[in-house]
Design a protein. Structure first.
Length: 325
């Protein structure tokens, strides 16, 4: 391959992430902002998991799936944000090439699993709205367990295929990755080998990984909307739709950000813009999911209110107890 000719052939084992390319004066501010976002994301999603696990009113497949989504979001931010924060520290810390590949691998597995889990959630809503009488027969704890397992296993298998190729690559062009995480395209550019096979395999896998869940989700929602529209009364319509409105918002945020990153950018989109788009995808989607469910979903709101009341009662009890002695 002519790419490797006349270049320095020392194999690179470490990368330096260039991050946002801002000067050192902005770094403390960015560090603080991302730290707050990280804590808020973990706390918000942790809260959802706690509610789903503790409140018996939420012991339904819909909320099991939501709890699993929150778990996934915690994993997701934990793959990126600690590394991003480390990158904003004054001392530049290089990242081993294998760790970079591993980050890319986990990123792939998690995004794939998220798309599939969102599809599973729409399937659950489809059954609830379009087949309400058969819902409990068709969807229960076991089925939702199988759906969750299916999401994880299939995304794991898909990404493993790509990564068998990726882990064999050697890098020798440069140490610097002009991004804040180990993204596929910037890494591939640094390889000194023929990358056509990897690129082909990864585009095929990415297309399958994006297309299949998208199609399943779309089909579910087309059925849901056509069923809802056939309900004669407005209140009935609103009631039927209210159980899936939070999910629909989360879904919209997810797909809009995915489309802005992978479809909109062309060769002449500025790099900065690309980074900002990826930031939305990586930072905003996990943060937004618990906010939407806590604000919009009646049952989650109710469960949260009860939880706070209980905590308050507990605290008062404690205080009374202390005061009597
Ligand atoms: C994930 O889903 C399984 C099966 O539906 C459920 O038993 C489990 O509680 C869920 N996990 C969370 C954190 O909600």
């Amino acid at each position: 391959m002519e790419k490797a000719e006349g270049r320095n052939q020392t194999v690179i084992t470490e990368f330096i992430l260039l991050g946002f390319g801002t000067g050192p004066e902005l770094q403390p501010l960015l560090f603080l902002v991302f730290l707050v976002i990280y804590i808020a994301t973990v706390a918000g999603n942790g809260l959802i998991i706690a509610l789903v696990m503790c409140d018996q009113h939420l012991y339904t497949p819909m909320y099991y799936l939501l709890g699993n989504l929150s778990f996934l979001e915690i994993c997701y931010t934990s793959v990126f944000l600690p590394r991003l924060l480390a990158n904003l520290l004054p001392r530049d810390t290089p990242i081993p090439a294998k760790a970079c590949l591993l980050q890319l691998y986990i990123f792939g597995v998690l995004s794939n699993a998220e798309a599939l889990l969102l599809a599973a959630m729409s399937y659950d809503r489809y059954l609830a709205i379009c087949h309400p009488l058969r819902y409990s027969a068709l969807m229960n704890g076991r089925v939702s367990c199988q759906l969750v397992g299916g999401c994880w296993v299939s995304s794991f298998l898909l990404c493993t295929i790509v990564n068998i190729f990726l882990f064999q690559l050697q890098f020798c062009d440069s140490k610097e990755i002009d991004h804040f995480f180990c993204d596929f395209t910037p890494m591939i550019k640094l390889s000194c080998e023929d990358t056509r096979t990897v690129e082909l395999v990864s585009s095929v896998i990415a297309a399958i990984g994006a297309f299949v869940p998208c199609l399943l989700t779309l089909t579910s929602y087309i059925c849901i909307i056509s069923t809802v529209l056939r309900i004669p009364s407005t209140t009935g319509r609103r009631k039927a739709f209210s159980t899936c409105s939070s999910h629909l918002i989360v879904l919209t945020v997810f797909y809009v950000t995915v489309i802005t990153i992978y479809v909109v950018p062309t060769a002449n989109t500025p790099k900065v813009l690309n980074k900002i788009f990826s930031l939305f995808y990586i930072v905003l989607t996990p943060l937004i999911n618990p906010i939407i469910y806590c604000l919009r979903n009646k049952e989650v709101k109710e469960s949260l209110r009860k939880g706070i009341c209980k905590l308050d009662a507990f605290r008062n009890q404690h205080r009374d107890f202390r005061e009597t002695f």
